[in-house]
Design a binder for this molecule. Sequence first.
Ligand code: HEC
Length: 156
Amino acid sequence: MRKIVRLLGIIFVLSFIVLQFFQPEKNKEEITANHIFKQEQVPDKIKTTLAEACLDCHSNNTRYTWYHFMPVSLMVNKHVIEGKDELNFSDWGNMDVFEKITILEEMCQETERSTMPLKSYRVIHPKAKLKNNEIADLCDWTSKLAEELLAKAISK
Ligand code: HEC
């Protein structure tokens, strides 16, 4: 019996090690001119909020940490693919003005309702648990930028 338990333990450890060779591809690219930080005037505190709470899933640059091993990395990868599919801040420059305005409104709504960032992400990233004042600052900024973009679009 003890032998079987030991054998199972060894098989488990070995499969875990072998599994690590099948990591999904990382989401790590250079920041290009289309990134929201290059396209818009983003105040430092908003940059910090976005970087701490949103960009890991909504840009081409995820910060990878020590727990990025299989099978956790599969879950991270899934969130990144789905998150980028909905909204990619690295691609801001390619969006039209109405898309941008809609996203800015949603950014505020989703954070106010605590639906973004995803709960599982908030659990492991304490800094992504946004405080009320951080959400208020984000919403001030998104509504100001949305107004500016609209005014610019109309005056064209
Ligand atoms: C752990 C990954 C992750 C993080 C971090 C994250 N998101 Fe998301 N986001 C997603 C996924 C996945 C979706 C698409 C599925 C969904 O709506 O749940 C999404 C969708 C969205 C949408 C589109 C919603 C809709 O219904 O059209 C907005 C807007 C958004 N996120 C904003 C944010 C903002 C702002 C932050 C930071 C405060 C953030 N997200 C952080 C994963 C993430």
